[in-house]
Design a protein around this ligand. Structure first.
Ligand code: FPP
Length: 243
């Protein structure tokens, strides 16, 4: 894909969020254990992050482990924890040098101390980077996020009159991050699975049958090309582009 192809994109979304689905099926179809699919789904992640920078995306949010994923078999859970730890060890330096800021969406409780420490160190190390904000949703659930926000609002003593959309947004993990313009789900599933349920109220969705480990730069470009043709109306009947 050449530079001129990028020029064809009428608009590039500021914030793209991805449900990286299909790792298990990718592995099973190859006769491999499910965790091999998760491992493969880390390899293409690097390509997708690099392509996001190249395409001018400013925020990328990836759904890596949901609050419901604790119901999976122990060996798969341990495998995912190990992959996250290894990814931080292996990729952090490169991400930092390329101006990527890491943020975490979700609960740190429940994650073992060594991994928690690595996540907090990675967030601290990269906090001033501005090329791409990479939000990793790990031990994340959209309903849980809203419960935590409501608790925070009550704990801070806000009155009912003060409760607005902006106030709730400030108490979410995504505070200071614009809502996702585009949410991509791979693997041919058509549901939101408790992902960014508040922030995604007016997001455009893009579904592809491609399993996550096979999703790369060209697939991301395709998703952006489709997005750039969408008419976002936000409940109105007609938009001037950009209004
Ligand atoms: C969904 O596929 C994928 C996950 C639950 C895990 C996603 C994790 C990665 C891609 C690893 C890299 C990311 C980080 C930051 C740790 P699935 O297992 O539900 O697949 P299936 O629907 O085919 O079973």
């Amino acid at each position: 894909m050449a530079k001129k192809d990028l020029d064809k994109l009428a608009v590039v979304p500021t914030h793209v969020a991805i449900i990286m689905d299909g790792n298990g099926r990718w592995a099973l179809e190859k006769g491999l254990p499910r965790v091999a699919g998760h491992r493969a789904g880390t390899e293409n992640l690097r390509e997708v992050i690099e392509a996001s920078v190249e395409f001018g995306i400013k925020y990328l949010t990836i759904y890596a482990f949901s609050t419901e994923n604790w119901k999976r078999p122990q060996d798969e859970i341990q495998g995912l924890m190990h992959i996250f730890r290894t990814m931080l060890d292996r990729e952090l330096k490169n991400l930092h040098e390329n101006g990527v800021q890491l943020r975490h969406f979700g609960r740190l409780e429940g994650i073992d101390n060594a991994l928690k420490k690595k996540v907090l160190e990675a967030i601290d190390l990269t906090k001033d980077n501005q090329t791409l904000i990479l939000n990793i949703a790990f031990n994340y659930g959209g309903r849980d996020e809203i419960i935590q926000a409501v608790k925070g609002i009550l704990a801070d003593g806000h009155t009912p009159d003060e409760v607005t959309e902006d106030l709730i947004s400030e108490y979410l993990y995504s505070a200071s991050c614009p809502d996702p313009d585009l949410i991509i789900r791979t693997s041919g599933e058509y549901r939101c699975s408790n992902f960014l349920i508040w922030q995604g109220a007016y997001s455009e969705w893009y579904f592809t049958p491609t399993y996550w480990p096979d999703f790369g730069r060209e697939d991301l470009y395709q998703a952006l090309a489709v997005y750039s043709q969408r008419d976002r109306r936000y409940g109105k009947i007609k938009t001037e582009k950009g209004s």
